[in-house]
Design a protein around this ligand. Structure first.
Ligand code: ZN
Ligand code: ZN
Length: 643
């Protein structure tokens, strides 16, 4: 008999060789019907794999993330099978599940796959799936495996790197693939499939290798789920920040300037300035001091910090000077600069914490295939800050940083988020820098702070960096998509590398603890997410153009100008539409440009010193005096902010 521990902590005794499916049956028939995969001691297995030792077992359904992975990975086998029936000379490589769906990288040789092929492949997948074939995983010797794939150099390479005795194949229906496992029990569970697109992908992600075709697809256990997903996809396309950013005149790129280097247009710059001001005020209130550091630094700075090792060879190369051997680097991180700022003075424990904030622009050479709008760029500005404190101050500082992040998210309409606490690997504590005592303190500080602030938290062991534990914020946007935003990271490493110190109450020198934090992550990425979250309908305070004045004829332009300048005095920003167009068209254009307030002025308004106010999404609000309008708009702005 063996002992099986279930996620609720209960332990059940079973016959040696029991399978996850049988365990599910012993619990309930309903569960047995829905279980599609299992984790045995945290390794994903088939539900038909016998278990021969005491183990923890987690039974997975479609509703579990890991269950979906098994579903999608198995669907990749179905995709490959269908592709091979239409392209018998194609060579298969790898086909993993991804966050949403799965792909298969295929060498189509002389042939090409196009949108026109998608429908027949989808139909074939469903036709094959209906056969209810089991996914059977079985061991194959290395020589056998190599023989079977002797015409496929990709699989041959994969097999060559595997150890004899560890190689398995998976067969369903008439199709076999090299695979290490993690499948659903049988094919008929896959009820709906959609091939989403195809893209070029280098074998093993290396530009020097052959270019393959990556076929992206997604599958579901119900047709309804697929329909909903496709609707969501349409909405996401409509909200794509690259599209909205262009339509609203937020940012652009120029090949001449260089890929991945965003150019902020006036409206984008205004938006970004508002965000920076907002954060600056919040940080000032929270006791931060602002610092400024240059865009480059001496190579030795980054050798000291360790960033040269991390970013050196794969990033922008050193800038040389007329001085022989002198080299500078574009800064990949602001931290080393802030360490030197800390070091410019000797501190006592009474001076701490020091909190240095900077909107610091950094540069990293992302591969061109990785670049994506504002979310993956080569030059970006972090809303960065570094805090230097004593171990005793860590908990309080952490809580204050969380408060700041929550205030920022709340004011921008991100209400739905979870946090991840990344801690040391329990088994393998030697690989972390810093004393056990300090780690213990930091880990407890993060957990306690998260608890005190009522954060929804998942704890991941082994996810901490070697230099310290961290807390990440994952926000859900209006479409339910998760984005990783702010990070709060404890660091024991840089203060040691930079020999930072403070004099303690004992009159001895101590090393401070450093906290890195960036609520937005970067301005670029954050604005991209904000564009997709709001579809360009920013909260009023953030709108780059809060109003547009629409004079009904050019006779009233002067009156419009007068109103505009008064509003600007009240820090309410906007423009005047002086075009010789009908008011109806001007209103439609203002709506398209997502300008919150439209102020219509004509003879009646000019005479009575009033304005006719329209609110986007609400319609006509009637006539107001300027004072009334200012009070109205200020009240709305106030309501945007969390206290
Ligand atoms: Zn597989
Ligand atoms: Zn940092």
């Amino acid at each position: 008999m063996i002992n099986i521990t279930l996620p609720d902590g209960s332990v059940r005794e079973y016959e040696n060789g029991i399978t996850a499916y049988q365990i599910a049956q012993s619990i309930s028939e309903g569960l047995a019907r829905n279980v599609i995969s299992a984790l045995v001691d945290n390794t994903q297995v088939e539900i038909t794999t016998p278990i021969y030792k005491d183990a923890t077992v987690q039974l997975l359904t479609w509703n579990d993330e890991v269950g979906k992975k098994a579903f999608w990975h198995s669907s990749a086998h179905l995709l490959a099978q269908a592709i091979m029936s239409f392209f018998p000379n194609a060579k298969l490589t790898i086909g993993p599940a991804i966050e949403k769906g799965f792909y298969y990288d295929v060498d189509f040789g002389e042939e090409t796959i196009s949108d026109k092929d998608f429908e027949k492949i989808e139909a074939k997948i469903i036709e094959n799936a209906k056969k209810k074939s089991e996914f059977k995983l079985y061991p194959v010797s290395k020589s056998e495996a190599l023989e079977l794939y002797k015409d496929n150099e990709f699989k041959t390479e994969l097999i060559s790197n595997l150890e004899d005795g560890s190689i398995t194949f998976c067969t369903h229906d008439d199709f076999t693939d090299l695979c290490r496992g993690g499948h659903i029990p049988e094919t008929s569970i896959v009820k709906a499939v959609k091939i989403l697109n195809v893209a070029g992908a280098y074998w093993r992600g290396n530009e020097k290798n052959k270019q393959l075709t990556r076929v992206y697809a997604i599958s579901f256990p119900k047709q309804k789920d697929l329909t909903e997903y496709l609707e969501l996809l349409e909405e996401a396309k409509r909200r794509d920040h690259r599209k909205i950013g262009k339509e609203l005149g937020i940012f652009t790129f120029s090949d001449k300037v260089g890929a991945g280097l965003p150019l902020w247009l006036p409206k984008g710059a205004a938006l970004r300035k508002k965000l920076e001001n907002f954060l600056s005020i919040a940080q000032k209130k929270a006791g931060y001091e602002f610092v400024i550091s240059p865009h480059i630094g001496h190579k030795n700075l980054y050798i000291t910090s360790g960033h040269y090792e991390k970013y050196g060879a794969d990033s922008f190369q050193a800038i040389k000077t007329p001085h022989e051997g002198e080299e500078f680097l574009l800064k990949p991180m602001n931290c080393p600069h802030h360490c030197e700022i800390y070091k410019s003075q000797q501190w006592s424990y009474k001076d701490l914490p020091k909190r240095y904030a900077e909107f610091g622009t950094v540069y990293r050479y992302e591969q061109s295939g990785e670049l994506h709008g504002l979310t993956r760029v080569r030059g970006f500005t972090q809303d960065d800050a570094h805090l230097f404190c004593t171990p005793d101050q860590l908990l309080n500082e952490f809580e204050k940083v969380i408060d700041l992040v929550l205030y920022v998210f709340g004011s921008l309409g991100f209400e739905d988020f979870i946090t991840q606490v990344s801690l040391r690997d329990k088994e393998n504590r030697e690989k972390y820098i810093g004393s056990d005592e300090n780690w213990e303190k930091a880990e407890n500080a993060i957990i306690t702070a998260a608890k005190n602030k009522n954060l929804k938290t998942v704890v991941e062991y082994g996810e901490a960096a070697f230099y310290g534990p961290k807390l990440d914020f994952m926000v859900k946007d209006a479409l339910g998509r998760s984005w990783q935003l702010g990070t709060i990271q404890v660091d024991y490493n840089l203060p040691i590398r930079f020999e930072l110190s403070y004099v303690g109450a004992d009159n001895e020198r101590h090393t401070p603890i450093m906290i890195h934090r960036a609520p937005f992550g970067s301005m670029e990425r954050f604005i991209a997410i904000l564009l997709e979250h709001t579809a360009g309908d920013f909260p009023l305070w953030l709108s780059p153009e809060q109003f547009i004045i629409l004079p009904i004829s050019e006779k009233y332009t002067d009156y419009a100008k007068k109103i505009s300048s008064i509003l600007e005095v009240h820090d309410i920003n906007g423009v005047i539409d002086e075009r010789n167009e009908k008011t109806g068209k001007k209103i439609r254009d203002a709506e398209l440009n997502k300008i919150p307030y439209m102020l219509i002025v004509g003879e009646k308004e000019a005479e009575s010193e009033t304005i006719s106010v329209r609110r986007r999404g609400e319609g006509d609000l009637g006539t107001m005096t300027l004072e009334e309008f200012v009070a109205h708009i200020q009240a709305e702005i106030k309501s945007n902010f969390k206290n």
